[in-house]
Ligand binder design. Structure first.
Ligand code: PLP
Length: 387
């Protein structure tokens, strides 16, 4: 195979659907002006496209209110806005050891500034957090629970519905990091009682980089902005606009990527996210089954595939995953992600620190032949590595 086999879709999906690329160029060439800032028709048209995309995003995640769709640069940006805007001095937050640094670092930052305390709940041997442990960590001053929906190291989909239900019973909102689940796992914020959801466009949503969002329900009224500036609304006032969504948006939006997101949602709806997920899981099963037959391969938390997205983590016994990644790329043309995957506590718990692991992550355009090729490559490297 001469073509690169791309299995780093959890970092960013590649390639993007052709229709997304085509629409971005076509529409941006025609209406690429500053949305909502001008008095001319083209600016109004661009603004209407942004408004329509907010509606599509709200519908996609089962939120009734497009005004509570805040466009951000990515999930990290959305999580920072939510955590810094919701947590106040003296508050306590509950999260998990599965989190990505985009949750761990803002929480640590707020803690080191003396603003908050927080506790991180462990995950079990299969890679799942027990909702009962989350509830047991709640204190009288707990103001927020924040949980990743799908682990970017293990692929396990966490029981966020149950966590949301239980924490709502204590009047505590749940913020979900849906970076790895949005686009492959159906999410219904309203019926699941999710108070806030952070997503990124460039992973399974199949949009380009540079766009993400924070979707809030009406319960999150008093969230404080952490960035201030132009919104195109109420410009005489020195006070940043309080009305949603502008309350949490400052500066010119990324119209090009919003066009991409709008089109990628159309693509996901046409394909059906259940069928994309089923295809990815069939390839993941094949990869897991093949790897588990090889000598010298360690797999982590791969027994339980019903609640899973299309990625898995492995190691070749006795080999630094960085070396394995370099050989996969250099000798076999296979792109994977190696190391700690910005989720250091997962590796601490798995015992794979400090080198981490090899992560294979499948996207909608991978094929069965590619998995055959990966299995052959891994067999060869494992033979060599175990000598
Ligand atoms: C679970 C999880 N959360 C958050 C992020 C951050 O996403 P972004 O880099 O798009 O902000 C990632 C990215 O890998 C992730 O896997």
């Amino acid at each position: 195979m001469n073509k690169l086999i791309y299995l780093d879709n959890a970092a960013t999906t590649f390639p993007k659907p052709a229709s997304v690329m085509k629409k971005m160029i076509e529409i941006y060439s025609r209406i690429g002006v500053s949305p909502g800032r001008g008095s001319y028709d083209l600016a109004a048209e661009a603004d209407e496209l942004v408004a329509k995309t907010r509606r599509k995003v709200a519908d996609f995640f089962g939120s009734p209110d497009p005004d509570r769709v805040i466009f951000t640069g990515n999930a990290t940006d959305a999580l920072n806005i939510a955590l810094q805007g919701l947590l106040r001095p003296g508050d306590h937050a509950v999260s998990t050891r599965l989190e990505h640094n985009s949750v761990l670092r803002p929480l640590y930052h707020l803690h080191m500034k003396g603003i908050i305390e927080y506790d991180l709940v462990p995950f079990d041997g299969k890679g799942f957090v027990d909702p009962g442990d989350v509830i047991a960590a709640i204190r009288p001053n707990t103001k927020l629970v924040v949980v990743t929906h799908a682990s970017n190291v293990l692929g396990t989909v966490q029981p966020v519905r149950e966590i949301a239900r239980l924490s709502a019973g204590y009047g505590i909102p749940l913020l979900v990091d849906a970076a790895q689940s949005a686009g492959v796992v159906p999410i219904d914020m309203q019926s699941w009682q999710i108070a806030g959801l952070a997503f990124t466009g460039h992973k399974s949503m199949l949009a380009p980089t540079g766009i993400g969002g924070l979707v809030l329900n009406r319960e999150i009224e008093g969230i404080e902005p952490s960035r201030f500036g132009g919104t195109g609304v109420d410009s005489r006032s020195l006070v940043h606009t309080e009305a949603f969504p502008y309350r949490l948006e400052a500066g010119t939006l990324n119209l090009m990527s919003i066009i991409g997101l709008s089109e990628s949602i159309e693509f996901l709806e046409q394909m059906g996210i259940e069928s994309i997920h089923a295809k990815e899981m069939a390839l993941l099963n094949k990869l897991r089954d093949g790897l588990s037959l090889l000598d010298g391969i360690e797999l982590y938390c791969t027994e339980n595939f019903p609640d899973h997205v299309g990625l898995l983590t492995a190691n070749i016994r006795g080999m630094d995953p960085n070396d394995a990644g370099a050989i996969l790329d250099g000798d076999f043309g296979i792109a994977v992600r190696v190391g700690l995957h910005c989720a250091p506590l997962v590796h601490e718990s798995l015992g794979t620190s400090p080198y981490g692991s090899i992560r294979f992550s499948i996207g909608p355009f991978n094929t069965s032949d590619e998995i055959d090729h990966v299995l052959k490559a891994m067999a060869e490297i494992a033979r060599y590595g175990n000598r």
